[in-house]
Structures are given as C-alpha cells and as structure tokens.
Design a binder for this molecule. Structure first.
Ligand SMILES: Cc1ncc(COP(=O)(O)O)c(C=O)c1O
Length: 397
C-alpha cells in the first residue's frame, strides 16, 4: 500500500530520541534532554505582540502564495543590511519553516538520478529530502581534525558528471562549525569551475555566531549567485520554532518553480506568523543578542566540561547551539552492567536509559564517531547533564 518513495525515507532520528526522552519523563523518570534542536527561550515579546495584533485586527486570510509583499520586502532589506546580498522581494518565497523551503527547492531542481553532494555530519533531513525528489544523496565524509568542514580536495573529488547540487550548512547543525570566508572562497573556486551545480546554502543559524561574523558562500564567491539558493528562517535566531516560518531567496527561475510547487502543496505560511516575522526583522535585535550571549556562556561551559572527560575530544564550535564531541574511544566496549556499546546509537540509548541524559547519536548525522549535544538548556540543567554524562562514560570499561 505504501509508495516506494515513502519506503525509501527514514524517520527523523532526532525527533525519535526526543520523543523517547519525553516519554520517559512522562513515566516519571528524571531526564535531561539535550537532544532537541530548538532554543529554550521564549519568542521575544514584541514579536508575540505583533501576532496578537494580527489576530485582533482580523488579519486572518490567505496571503499571497509566496508570502506577504511587506515581509518579503523586509527580508530583501535584511539580506542587504546583514549579509550584503541583493535580492528583490520577488526573489524570495516564504514557507512553513526553512525545512519546507529546502524541501520544495530540492523538489523544484532535482531530477531522478541526480546526485546531490552532502558533507557529513549533515542535518538529518537533507539526504531524505533528496531521496524524496528521487535524487541520490552523495555523502562526503569530513574529518574531526578539520572541525568537520569540507575541504576543497574532498569537494573536487566528489564531483561527477551526475552532480546536480551541493548542500552547505554554516553555522552547522550538528557540529556548530562555521566556515570562514577563505574556506568558502576555496570551495567557491571549485564550484565556479562547474557551472551546472546548484548550491543550497542553509544559513538558518546565522544569528548564533560567537566568533566573528556569519559569512555566506555568496560573500566569498559572488559569481555563484545565479545558481545559489539561500535558505534562512526565524526558528533559531528568534526562538520561533513553533511559528513555522522560513524562506528561500534565489534566482528567479528556481523561485518560480519552487513557488509553483508550494502553491499546489501548502500555499503560504500562516498570516499570523508572517506578521510576527515582520516584527522580528523590523524590530529591536536586543533580545536576539542576549540569547546569543547566553548560548556563548553555555558553549564555553559545555566545551570545558567535555574536555575534562577522559576519552572525549571536542573542538570549540563557533556557532549554533550544538557541540559534537568525538566519542569513538567508547565504542566497542562494555558498560559495568555488561551492556555492549558498539555504536553511537548504543551509547546514546545507554546514556538516556541508565543515566537520564538525552543526546543524539552521530549515526543519525552520518558520523558514527560523534554525538550531538544541544546546549539549548539552562546552566543548571547543563551542569547536571554533564555530571550524568561523565558518570555514564566512567562506567564503560
Ligand atoms: C540546519 C537546519 N536547517 C533547517 C532547519 C529547519 O528549520 P525550520 O524550523 O525553519 O523548519 C533546521 C531545524 O532544525 C536546521 O537545523
């Protein structure tokens, strides 16, 4: 009864472990969840108030399929101001979250059999979205030694005559690593030699960068602009995951194809959320900077705590709210209860079930030697979680 397309997909591993942690908590267990990919802050008040006004003012109808012109105009201004990128409002499509922006952009460009390059560790949805479009995800393994960033040689080697696109994510989920302008330029130089490759640049964590400024591949290689799709949204920087609002900006041909798919599948995102998004991009950035500073403090704490643990290696990520330590030294070993820990998934399940701390196995992100810890949690929770984590690892022989 089920289509081949659906059968080819894997369910989201991050959502699975988060659901298990929630279920254990419901059953009365003490669980600290560091598995979720969302800020633990409330959406800033001025953004919420704009949504309340939208409701009381009766702003209840459908908006244009690509989103309210005023909001697309505000995004155009933001892209110029924050990112020094020129996009007119008609080169922008708003969707129900960046997830939809990426998914529909992939559907709009990828044909069956096309190869899409995805550096690993990757955000869990990228390969599945490519499969949904009947394309073939081609995973490029990166190394811990290079902070899990793709090198120009790795890119060059992976490109074939079937390569249709590449998906880049900076700051990265799951590693928190950010590419520098020079690193992006080196990748851009290679992509410039292959004019048929489309670049999907996922920049949803751009406001959570601790060291220096966020850089887009288009800042480094502007010549790629006519085949690059910028993906961004409100979920992470503005703590608006549940509002479901994201967007893509790109060349008009891709925008038109993507908008056509959206018009037949979902139409525009909620009118209320769009009013909230308008307040986000036109209002004060103070709460956003405060959240970033809180994330910085937590990052420093967690990196320090992880480096204190024998057998764990961890670099300091420059962005997002994740760390992705290398835990390979614990694999192929046994817990003091005789439980075998063969994979990062075994390790995460053991840490959750026996020590009440939820993290996500690197296996889910295509990197078996790591695990992802989200530090979108209070310092108190992080402190307790690190005690449990350390204790759990110390019982592996
Ligand atoms: C790298 C990355 N891109 C996109 C998304 C999707 O965000 P949204 O909530 O806007 O759909 C996420 C959310 O986890 C993410 O981590």
């Amino acid at each position: 009864m089920i289509s081949k397309r659906a059968n080819r997909l894997s369910p989201s591993e991050t959502l699975k472990i988060t659901a298990k942690a929630k279920q254990m908590a419901r059953e009365g267990a003490s669980v600290i969840s560091l598995s979720a990919g969302e800020p633990d802050f409330k959406t800033p008040a001025h953004i919420c108030n704009a949504a309340i006004d939208a409701i009381t003012d009766g702003f209840h109808g459908y908006t244009m399929n690509t989103g309210m012109p005023e909001l697309r105009e505000a995004i155009s201004v933001k892209l110029k101001k924050d990112n020094n990128l020129d996009y007119a409002a008609d080169q922008i499509v708003l969707s129900n979250g960046a997830k939809q922006s990426i998914g529909f952009s992939i559907l709009a460009t990828i044909n069956p059999g096309d190869e899409v390059l995805i550096p690993a560790p990757y955000w869990v949805s990228y390969p599945e979205m490519v499969k949904m479009a009947e394309g073939n995800p081609k995973i490029i393994k990166t190394t811990f030694a290079n902070n899990y960033k793709l090198t120009p040689d790795q890119l060059e080697e992976a490109i074939t005559n079937k390569t249709k696109a590449i998906i880049l994510c900076t700051p990265s989920n799951p590693t928190g690593a950010c590419y520098t302008k020079n690193e992006l330029k080196a990748l851009g130089d290679i992509l410039e030699k292959h004019p048929d490759i489309i670049i999907f640049s996922d920049e949803i964590y751009e406001y959570i960068v601790f060291d220096g400024e966020h850089t887009s591949i288009l800042n480094a290689s502007p010549a790629l602009k006519d085949r690059t799709v910028i993906i961004n949204g409100f979920s992470k920087g503005f703590a608006m995951t549940g509002w479901r609002l994201g967007y893509m900006a790109g060349p008009k041909t891709i925008v038109a194809a993507m908008a056509k798919i959206q018009s037949q599948e979902t139409s525009a995102p909620s009118s209320i959320s769009q009013k909230a998004g308008l307040a986000a991009y036109t209002g004060t950035m103070k709460p956003i900077l405060e959240m970033r500073e809180a994330f910085r403090e937590r990052r420093d704490f967690i990196v320090h705590a992880l480096r204190e643990i024998n057998g764990v290696e961890c670099f300091t990520p420059s962005g997002a709210f994740y760390v992705f330590p290398d835990i390979h030294q614990f694999l192929g070993r046994e817990t003091s209860d005789g439980e075998k820990i063969e994979t990062s998934t075994d390790l995460c399940i053991y840490l959750l079930e026996k020590h009440g701390v939820a993290t996500v196995p690197g296996d889910a992100f295509g990197e078996p030697n790591g695990l992802r810890i989200s530090y979108a949690a209070s310092m108190e929770q992080l402190n307790e979680a690190m005690t449990r984590f350390k204790n759990g690892l110390s019982q592996i022989n």
